[in-house]
Structure formats: C-alpha cells, structure tokens
Design a binder for this molecule. Sequence first.
Ligand SMILES: [Zn+2]
Length: 218
Amino acid sequence: MRHPKVLNSVLTAALGLGLAASLGAAPAVAADTDRAVTAGTVTAAYAGSSEEAKANKAFFDAVVKSVAKKRAANPGAAAVTVVYSASNAPSFRTQIARSTQIWNSSVVNVRLVEGSNPDFRYYEGNDSRGSYASTDGHGSGYIFLDYRQNQQYNSTRVTAHETGHVLGLPDHYSGPCSELMSGGGPGTSCQNAQPNAQERSRVDQLWRNGLTSAFKTF
Ligand SMILES: [Zn+2]
C-alpha cells in the first residue's frame, strides 16, 4: 500500500507546460508524516525535514499540473476545481466528505469535488509512517490514510490536514491545535478539524486568479 499505482497521465500535461524538469526527481515517498507522538518512535527526520517539505511540494505540484491540464481543455471554467477519488479509501468516506465540506466552506478560490478522472486519490491501509500526502514515480498525487493513526488522532482532522497539502499548505508541527497544519504536533487530544484564518487566506492566495498564483509558488 505504500506505493499505490496511480495514473501517470499527468506527466504529459507537465511536459506541455514546460515543467517537466521538476518531475525528474525520485519518487517523493518520504512525504508528510503526521505521527508526532505516536508509539514513541519520533525520529529526527520527522519534524519538518527538507525531505518532507520537498515531498509536500512535489505533491502539490502534481495536483496543480493535473488541474492545469483540464483547465487547458476548458479555459472558460470560472472556478478552479480539484477532483478527487475516494474509491480506494472506503473506510474513510465520512471523513473525506467532511473534510471536503470543511475546505469548501473555508475558501473561495478553489473547490474540491469527488468525481471521475481525479487529480488525486485517497488510499487507506497500514503504514508505520502514518498518514501522508505524496507522489508516485510518475508525478501523480495521492493521500494515504493510516488505520492506526486515524484511531489515535481525530480522523477528520487527519483527513482535513492531509487535504490541506492538496491545496498547497506546508506542515507546521509546532503550531497549536487551532491550526490544522500543525498535524500531530498538539497530540492526540486535539480535535480541531478546521483551518484557522491564516490557513484559509493562504489557500485563497495560492489559488487566486485561477492557477497562476499556485504555479508561482514553485
Ligand atoms: Zn502534513
């Protein structure tokens, strides 16, 4: 389950956009691990390493490129829509729907919609690294939801946090519970699944004017 097979059609779009260079790197499997206090196995690599930041960027990059490909085919579309598939994470349908609702009511410049031909997919399973957002070897993005971690932590918060990476937010583990991107930092008692005002405005800033500003961040 660590490397689910994800469609590689995004690469073609990336080539068309002249951004292929950034896809040449190795699969960014280190990704985001929201396991701050799980099992006492915190390693130095965990807390916001450059490897994780790179993986988060690679993930957002993949999502943006997939969205861009569709927009190129339909340039008149008013809102930026990011399409996801939850079919590979059946146990988390409720949390994914709730996360979508949270984000769609929190930001205005980008919308999450479940559908076919997705820009990213949710997967579920067991992974000692916990939940994360990552990319496969072909530049496609996916979110992995770990069973154990989602029992320890508020599962909607975990899902909404990982989805925050879809929308371009980095981790900030040292932040308080009121911050969604602090992830596992505030501990298992944290129940907040809502982004704070700064996180909302950051997402709207990234997706302002369609994809233009999202691309500028890379
Ligand atoms: Zn994260």
